[in-house]
Design a binder for this molecule. Structure first.
Ligand code: LCS
Length: 396
């Protein structure tokens, strides 16, 4: 495709990174379900291994279907290069292992996915990497936590599950004064809603499992960043630790990307309507949604994002017991551990996605006992509301 710079997001979602390949002219991206690629001769093989020539060697290092996925997400995020990887967690882990070594430190928002929190607090310390957690909206807190060993600042905006935002531009300015790299997990927003690199972040990672795939059928991840860093990651940690993404999953993520903006628009529209409905509901204690004026970071959300996303948190009056009852009585909403599916999903984070946090850390992150997380799907909004409504009606 000529001159990608002049094309809009929706066009790039459908086209970036792929031209019909010359052998068959296949218009859809082919699935290159192969482990290996035949070399022209022994000399060619040696040149590829020595990185003197570009080309395919072995799917653990790279694959043509994965390359389309990598290029497309990189273009949508406004980054130089991408690396397709087996899961969101693998993306986070490889980023950390590439940028840090024993003795280095991370400063992270305390409002992050429970699995990432566990990686930072339990697994990485075994290898001499420690993390300090800060309140996502305190610039003073970010600044104060930095030491001479800090190598990365790590954040989600909005964070899982409480949907707090971080002022990415301001935090990046602080980080860069100290030569610290800013890593943003952009899973909840997707590049449709915000492009952290344009706000000053250095690396973006995604659990593609969520909105990028969008249909709840494949686990995967991606890292986007400067070309030289991605090349290093591929030839070192990626090659050594082996978390290559299967080409089939890449292909499914490419399908997801092609409708990303259509789906995100509907997720956002439905979520706004449901958040407003919940806020007016007599059995609801509180609601957190960046599109509500009551959200503490609503103004930042207006400035930093295109729209407010598909995720909502709320608490039912009666706390944990009432919340459990609500979850047990929904029919259309699915009770499961994922987000960003076409279908509406519901879960109780304190006992599931964030059970790896101690009670004290849950409290600090604002995850109350009764908090319910809703990943609003793209169904007819009146059907989602009717389902929640009948579940509420069963609470006394
Ligand atoms: N980043 C965020 C923001 C996430 O929510 C998750 C998973 C990950 C990274 C890890 O991605 P994965 O390895 O699963 O592809 N979040 C989950 C959740 O909230 N429920 O189930 C998984």
């Amino acid at each position: 495709m000529t001159n990608e710079k002049n094309l809009g997001f929706d066009t790039l979602s459908v086209h970036a990174g792929y031209e019909p390949e010359p052998t068959t002219g296949s218009r859809a991206v082919p699935i290159y379900q192969t482990t290996s690629y035949v070399f022209d001769d022994a000399e060619h093989a040696a040149q590829l291994f020595a990185q003197e020539k570009e080309g395919n060697i072995y799917t653990r290092l790279g694959n043509p279907t994965n390359a389309v996925f990598e290029k497309r997400v990189a273009v949508l995020e406004g980054g130089e290069a991408g690396l397709a990887i087996a899961s969101g967690m693998a993306a986070i882990n490889l980023t950390v292992l590439t940028l840090l070594e024993s003795g280095d430190e991370i400063v992270a928002s305390r409002s992050i996915y429970g699995g990432t929190f566990h990686l930072f607090t339990e697994t990485l310390p075994k290898y001499g990497i420690e993390t300090t957690f800060v309140d996502p909206d305190s610039l003073e807190g970010w600044k104060a936590a930095i030491t001479e060993d800090t190598k990365i600042i790590y954040l989600e905006s909005p964070g899982n599950p409480l949907l707090d935002l971080v002022d990415i531009k301001a935090v990046s300015e602080i980080a860069h004064k100290y030569n610290i790299k800013v890593v943003v997990d952009n899973t909840f927003n997707t590049p449709y809603l915000s492009q952290p690199l344009s706000l000053g972040a250095d690396i973006v990672i995604h659990s593609a499992t969520k909105y990028i795939g969008g249909h709840g059928n494949s686990i995967g991840g991606i890292i986007v960043g400067p070309e030289d860093l991605i090349t290093d990651m591929r030839s070192e940690g990626y090659r050594d630790t082996g978390p290559a993404l299967s080409p089939m999953n890449s292909w499914l993520f490419i399908q997801g990307l092609e409708t990303l903006s259509l789906r995100m628009k509907k997720h956002c529209k439905n979520a706004q309507e449901i958040a407003e409905w919940l806020e007016d509901h007599p059995k609801v204690e509180w609601v957190r949604y960046p599109g509500l004026e009551s959200h503490p970071h609503h103004e930042l959300a207006k400035k930093q994002q295109k729209d407010f996303g598909g995720m909502i948190c709320f608490e039912v009056k009666g706390g944990l017991e009432a919340g459990k009852k609500l979850i047990n009585n929904v029919r259309l909403c699915s009770l499961l551990a994922n987000i960003g599916d076409t279908r509406t999903l519901i879960i109780h984070p304190a006992s599931t996605t964030h059970e790896q946090l101690s009670k004290e850390d849950q409290k600090k992150a604002g995850i109350t006992e009764g908090l319910i997380r809703l990943s609003v799907g793209i169904e007819n909004v009146e059907d989602i509301i009717a389902d929640l409504s009948q579940a509420f009606a069963q609470l006394n």
